[in-house]
Design a protein around this ligand. Structure first.
Ligand SMILES: [Cu+2]
Length: 145
């Protein structure tokens, strides 16, 4: 038993960096901050949902809205929907499985929130900037199901 405990302690992963992101600040359709850089595999993103009912879901650069449930990969992530109240602010912690670029949007309302610019980028690049991604979301038509 003691050996098992010691082994578990020795195998504990090195803690990565955490990035804190507020979702829906001031009742707006925004991620705050709207981008992070230098994120690596093993780092975490802590999404705190403070208004309405949003998600943080990986999507495509060119046609972001809406992101599909489960997100777009590789190494995709999806917080699912997070309904809030005045006093209940759900927290979702995502552990990044790679050090690459991810484009993220809210999948609520068939992409309507995404279309309003509710977008976020992990490690955007010179070729794929947050600003261009955001513009792609604004230009992407709302899809109806
Ligand atoms: Cu939303």
């Amino acid at each position: 038993m003691l050996n098992a405990v010691l082994l578990a302690v020795a195998a504990a992963p090195v803690m990565g960096k955490n990035f804190a992101v507020t979702v829906g600040a001031n009742n707006d359709f925004i991620f705050l901050p709207n981008q992070i850089s230098g994120a690596r595999a093993g780092d975490t993103i802590t999404f705190t949902f403070v208004s309405r009912n949003h998600s943080a879901t990986t999507t495509t650069f060119v046609n972001p809205c809406p992101p599909p449930p489960g997100g777009v990969g590789p190494d995709q992530f999806d917080t699912g929907f997070n309904p809030t109240t005045a006093t209940d602010h759900p927290v979702q912690v995502i552990t990044l499985r790679d050090s690459g670029t991810h484009f993220v949007a809210c999948m609520q309302a068939a992409g309507a929130h995404c279309h309003m610019g509710m977008t976020f980028a992990v490690n955007p690049t010179a070729d794929q900037t947050y600003d261009e991604f955001s513009q792609n979301a604004l230009n992407d038509p709302i899809q109806t199901f």
